[in-house]
Design a binder for this molecule. Structure first.
Ligand code: PRP
Length: 209
């Protein structure tokens, strides 16, 4: 049975495709161009490239049997899928960050700019701290720079973006990495195929880490 795989475009794309190829899951990785769906030779897998935030949507709805999604997105959107494997790539941290001169005023309502609304809400509710969430879609670091927010909840990878904008990490909320996820029904009906892919990836990851 053909296994349909949703893979993320963007930052993780090259690493994910290289990993899949090295593990022998994809035989041929062609230059993506504008093409969206790729049939791998032999018909064992079909893969498609989608926006990272959409990978869990395709997997949850069963259009993709498996997919590669960041733990940040999984935590934020809590899709009803199985998380099969930590791929140990795309490593970064979900952090509270602020301008270098930032001083918290405990008790005040904190203005938090983020793409990760649920993550921010649940983190601050665990602290019992009232916040006002400002949902943004990118360049989150700009919000405190322009005094639109007090802090941000965002991903930090190398720390370059923070450094170049005179900001720093206040608190690390969670370690993040890419995960292999599976549709729950697919995992029953294509168990052998999915287990095989998982173990091929698992072996490769153990070698590399
Ligand atoms: C992410 C994240 C930070 C930056 C962190 O943004 O939101 O802005 O990367 O990486 P660094 O620590 O290596 O500098 P991304 O580049 O994905 O784009 P965005 O700002 O549009 O979200």
């Amino acid at each position: 049975m053909t296994v349909n795989i949703a893979l993320p475009k963007g930052r993780l794309a090259d690493k994910t495709l290289a990993l899949m190829k090295k593990a022998g899951i994809l035989k041929e990785v062609t230059d993506a161009g504008r093409k969206l769906v790729f049939e791998d030779e032999g018909g064992a897998v079909r893969y498609f490239l989608v926006k990272p935030w959409d990978v869990p949507v395709y997997v949850e709805r069963g259009v993709a049997d498996i997919g590669v999604a960041g733990k940040d997105i999984i935590t934020e959107n809590t899709p009803d899928v199985y998380e099969l494997l930590d791929l140990k790539m795309g490593k970064c941290r979900m952090c509270v960050c602020a301008g270098n001169g930032y001083v918290d005023r405990p008790g005040s309502k904190l203005r938090v700019a983020t793409k990760f609304v649920n993550t921010a809400k649940s983190y601050y509710s665990s602290l019992g701290r009232g916040i006002e969430v400002i949902k943004l879609n990118g360049s989150i670091e700009l919000a405190p720079l322009m005094n639109m927010s007090d802090v941000i909840v965002d991903l930090v990878e190398t720390g370059t973006t923070l450094k170049e904008n005179d900001m720093g990490v206040v608190t690390v909320i969670a370690d993040i990495s890419a995960r292999l996820i599976a549709n729950k029904a697919s995992y029953r009906f294509k168990r052998d195929e999915i287990d095989k892919i998982t173990s091929l990836l698992g072996e490769l990851i153990n070698e590399n880490n």
